[in-house]
Design a protein around this ligand. Sequence first.
Ligand code: UDP
Ligand code: MG
Length: 324
Amino acid sequence: MSGSSDRVELSIVIPCYNEEDNLTVLFQRLQGVLEGLNLTYEIICINDGSKDSTLKKLIYFHHQNQAIKIINLSRNFGKEIALTAGLDYACGNAMIPLDADLQDPPELITKLVEKWREGYDVVCATRRSRQGESWLKKFTSRAFYQTLGNMSPVPIPENTGDFRLLDRRVVEAIKKMPERTRFMKGIFAWVGYKQTSILFDRDPRFQGKTTWNYWKLWNFALDGITSFSMLPLKVWSYLGLFISLISLLYASFLVLRTFILGIDVPGYASIMVAILFFGGIQLITLGVLGEYLGRVYEEVKGRPLYFVRDAYGFENIDFENIDD
Ligand code: UDP
Ligand code: MG
C-alpha cells in the first residue's frame, strides 16, 4: 500500500549524508515493515549535500516506489537542519525520523505505531544498549545529558535519539519554532504533549563512518545547553558576588594585620595566584557571553534554515517560493 494519492498516515523522514552503501538494505527492511502495517505511508529522504552517489541511488529507488520522495538540499546543512526540512514536507498524520545507517531498527516502527494508536502523541525509542560505541562516547554522552537535565527546565530524556514517533499535532507545534540553532532532541522534549517510550537495543552502524567527532559533539552539546538553559549566563553574577564577599573579608583581615604587624612585603605568590585565577574566570565569562551572543546574532540575521535544490515526488509544491 504505497499510498501517495490518499491521505498519508505515516511519514518516515530519513536524513542522508553519504549513505550510498546503506540505502539498499534500508529500503528493503523499511518497506517490509511498512507494507506489513497496512497503512498509507511516505518515505521522505533528505539528501544533505552527499558527496557520493546517494542522490543517484535515491532517485533509482524513487522510480521503484513512488512513496519514496526526495528533498535534495543545496549543500550539507547538518543532520538537525535536514531533519527540519523533512518535518516541513512530511504530510502524514504521524512522523518518524530515522537514521539511514540502520542504527534505528525499522522493525521497531510497528511498536511505535501500536503505542500511537493507543493515544500517545510522542513515542520515544530509548536505547537499552549502545553497541559499537566506545566507553568514552558513552561516558561523555551520559555526562552531557545529566548536565543538560540539571540545567534545563524541561527534562530531555537520556539515551533517546531522534528516533521516535510524532503525532501531527506535535509536528505542527515544532514547525512553529523558528529558531536557527536546532537542537532537535531538546525541541522534541520542549513542546510537551502526551509522551511515552519503549526500549530497544541500538545496533552499530551498518556501513560507512559516522561524521561526528568529539569537536562536533562538543559544539552540539553547547548548542543544546545554550538553547535550553540560561544558567551559564546567570551563574557568573552569583559567583562574582560570592568572590567579592570573600575578597572583602580578606581585605579587612589584611588591613587589620597591616595595622597590627606593620607592612609585610612578601606576597608574590598569592598576588600571582589571585591575578591568574580572576583573569581565568573573566575570560571564561567572556567566552560564555560570546557563545550566547553568537547565537543571538545567528537568530537576528534571520537567514533561511536551508535551500532546496530540487525535489522528487512532490508534485504540488512550488519550490520557487519556499524559503524556510
Ligand atoms: N546526517 C546528515 N547530515 C550530516 C551528518 C549526518 O543528514 O551532516 C545523517 C546521516 O546520514 C544519518 C544520520 O544523520 O542518517 C545520523 O548520522 P550518523 O550516523 O553519522 O550519526 P550518529 O549515529 O553517530 O549519531
Ligand atoms: Mg549513526
